[in-house]
Design a protein around this ligand. Structure first.
Ligand SMILES: [Zn+2]
Length: 58
């Protein structure tokens, strides 16, 4: 398991989450992991290596 902290775009809360450690991904820098957000209950896609959200240009 890998520990990630991201900022929920809907609530602006910092959220801690755990994602499964997988080595099967060919390129972890471009792999986004779907996580169920406990802050807003929606699903966000988080970059495994950077912790950035999909579509986050900031
Ligand atoms: Zn959220």
């Amino acid at each position: 398991m890998a520990h990630l902290i991201y900022k929920c775009p809907r609530t602006a809360m910092k959220v801690q989450t755990w994602i499964a450690e997988e080595v099967a991904h060919p390129d972890p820098t471009t792999t986004f992991e779907p996580v169920r957000c406990p802050a807003c209950t929606h699903v966000h896609f988080i970059n495994r290596s950077s912790g950035r959200l999909l579509g986050d240009r900031g």
